[in-house]
Design a protein around this ligand. Structure first.
Ligand code: C5P
Length: 401
């Protein structure tokens, strides 16, 4: 859910500061990276060592540290974050934020940032209800600061009432909902196929191919990062399951088709798998033995074409269907013919001739073929191809919404 998100956590000085340790764990479990800025009073409640151990990063605290500033300037702290989270947000730090004070590293970063800020207030009830705090909260809200909590309950000071830091899981939920609401493909469903298929000859042998799944997996990850509810149907690959993606592992083309149909409806389908064109008509139930009957011949039948089937799915057809064309010659002409034959919307064509180094490699040179013509993309990392394609899918879906 939070895969790849970068959170800058600003920990101020309240008794609830110890809960920031759990917050860091929960965020990292969900795939986010967390960098911590600790105020001087925060350091009275929780140690930099614990925060560094849990965040897996150095903890920043001193605005005037020459080493910190040369390693990671206060502007970079904000620039390298997707969201700033102030937890616990004490009455004091909220007042300084409302005033625009830059009296330490935390408030300087908060003043210098153009990134969204989410605050989780935590303080004594009377402080929370004080007109000064009410006015500060109103000011911050009017400037767009997001808030989660506080909750009501027993406070560490022995009083009962509002002012309790929101539960850690509620803070996590607020962070998740911020990212899903701001994600450009939020509410959209994506289906991606990736990897080879294995077609059984007998229980130990199969027909397969050299697809690594790198490109398809990268596309599923890129769509998920943009907020799409993404299902990846993958043949056998060495690539790990991408974070934030629902992965269905299959072996044969027929299993892949079944899994794709089960994943519909979808707004976009990207068929990046190298599906075997043929399978053995009757795979042997037992291991075939070398011996008297001579060299066996394989009786092959054609596999279903998943891309063509999805493109012809009538009402269930995804609004955008994208195929791949791996070609060794006449790359563009063959890909254009494939687009027409399979009735898909776009074809991503790439040259997989032996000297192109595409199979198993980390880079790809592709051409995007659509009704509008051919676009030649420069040679890029497969991850960058995936990001570009995901952006184009986003643009397209927002136009035909
Ligand atoms: O016909 P060819 O295999 O070259 O077409 C490649 C495109 O068609 C790819 O997008 C691939 O994922 C898809 N395909 C498919 N099912 C097949 C064969 C190819 O989805 N049986």
């Amino acid at each position: 859910m939070l895969a790849g998100k970068r959170i800058l956590l600003l920990v101020a000085g309240g008794i609830a500061a110890y809960k920031s340790l759990d917050l860091i764990r929960r965020l990292r479990e969900r795939g986010a990276s967390v960098r911590v800025v600790l105020t001087a009073s925060g350091a009275k409640f929780v140690t930099p060592l614990s925060l560094a151990a849990l965040s897996g990063d150095k903890v920043y605290g001193d605005l005037f540290s020459l080493t910190d500033e040369s390693e990671m300037g206060h502007i970079r702290l904000s620039r390298e974050a997707d969201l700033l989270v102030v937890a616990p947000a004490t009455a004091n730090i909220l007042a300084r934020m409302a005033q625009g004070l830059a009296s330490d590293l935390a408030t300087t970063v908060l003043l210098a940032t153009d990134k969204p800020v989410l605050a989780a207030p935590s303080m004594n009830t009377r402080m929370w209800e004080h007109p000064a705090t009410r006015a500060n909260i109103a000011t911050l809200m009017s400037r767009g600061t997001l808030f989660v909590g506080p909750g009501a309950g027993n406070l560490a000071c022995g009083e009962v009432g509002d002012g309790r830091l929101a539960d850690v899981m509620d803070i996590v939920a607020a962070i998740e909902s911020y990212f899903s609401a701001s994600a450009p493909l939020a509410g959209k469903r994506a289906l991606v196929t990736s990897g080879p298929t294995f077609e059984a000859i007998d229980p130990v042998r199969f027909i397969g191919n050299r697809s690594s799944g790198k490109q398809g997996h990268a596309i599923a990850a890129a769509l998920a990062r943009l907020g799409a509810d993404t299902t990846l149907v993958s043949g056998p690959v060495a690539e790990p399951d991408p974070a934030g993606v629902r992965v269905v592992h299959i072996e044969s083309a027929r299993e892949m088709l079944e899994a794709c149909q089960a994943a519909l409806p979808a707004d976009v389908a990207v068929c990046a798998a190298a599906v075997a064109d043929w399978r053995v008509r009757d795979a042997a139930g037992q291991k075939m033995k070398k011996g008297a009957s001579g060299t066996p011949s394989l009786d092959l039948v054609e596999n279903p074409d998943i891309l063509a089937t999805l493109s012809a799915a009538g009402n269930a057809r995804p609004r955008l269907v994208v195929g791949f064309a791996a070609e060794t010659e006449n790359v563009i002409a063959n890909a254009q013919a494939k687009r027409a034959k399979k009735n898909c919307d776009w074809i991503v064509a790439n040259d997989v001739s032996a000297n192109a180094g595409v199979f198993g490699g980390d880079e790809n040179t592709v051409h995007l073929i659509s009704a509008n013509g051919v676009e030649d993309w420069p040679r890029m990392a497969k991850d960058a191809v995936a990001d570009q394609l995901a952006q184009r899918i986003r643009d397209h879906l927002s136009k035909v919404a």
